[in-house]
Design a protein around this ligand. Sequence first.
Ligand SMILES: Cc1cc2nc3c(=O)[nH]c(=O)nc-3n(C[C@H](O)[C@H](O)[C@H](O)COP(=O)(O)O)c2cc1C
Length: 221
Amino acid sequence: MEPEPDLDALLRSLRVWDTELPDFDPRNTPAAPLPLFTQWFAAAVAAGQPEPHTPSLATTDAEGHPDIRTVMLHGADETHGWHFASHAGSAKGRQLAAHPYAALGFYWPSQGRQIRVRGPVRTAPPETAHADLHARSTGALASALVGHQSEQLGSYEELERASDAAWERAQHEPDAAAPSWTVYELTPDEVEFFQGDTRRRHVRLRYRRTTEGWVKELLWP
Ligand SMILES: Cc1cc2nc3c(=O)[nH]c(=O)nc-3n(C[C@H](O)[C@H](O)[C@H](O)COP(=O)(O)O)c2cc1C
């Protein structure tokens, strides 16, 4: 048997912000958060940040308890906000139906940057979900066709059979519908940009939506 790793020692050996980090001047920022998100996203891609498009999505369950998991960001724009997709019957789908408010958390360590996006969530029309799914890969369609997300699985063999059938169907019927596949649109009330700093003078800039438009505030780190 392998010796058990020393978690405490490992944790103590690791560092954050141990690299050259970009400067961020919060005085020189756009009036709304989306252009800054797009700039930071492009910079993360250019810096080689792996999978910058996979935020954590936090939701609230029926007891008021938080839940969290990773999703893929499918887009962000002025009309539809930040959008992602999933199955309506999954845990997150049920939570969003009952409590349509969520948060997305992005962390891009290559630049010491974190972005938090919070706000109400709308369900896009089924045509949008269909178009979204069919603009993606055969694998994405096959995965959506498997369905049953977050239901208890009897055995791994059951998944293998369902997945084989779904791949077969996705290849022969590329326009097949996955009825539970849903696009969710989060329209932010708040977006916070965090720029890590080696000296721990982290810059936190929060955009807050008000009736007069976006207000920008600095926060103590
Ligand atoms: C990198 C990555 C990307 C993912 N993208 C999605 C996604 O776009 N949609 C989705 O439903 N699940 C996605 N998942 C799976 C979810 O994290 C989660 O396991 C699943 O959606 C079930 O979550 P739930 O039980 O909270 O509903 C992704 C997982 C990872 C690790």
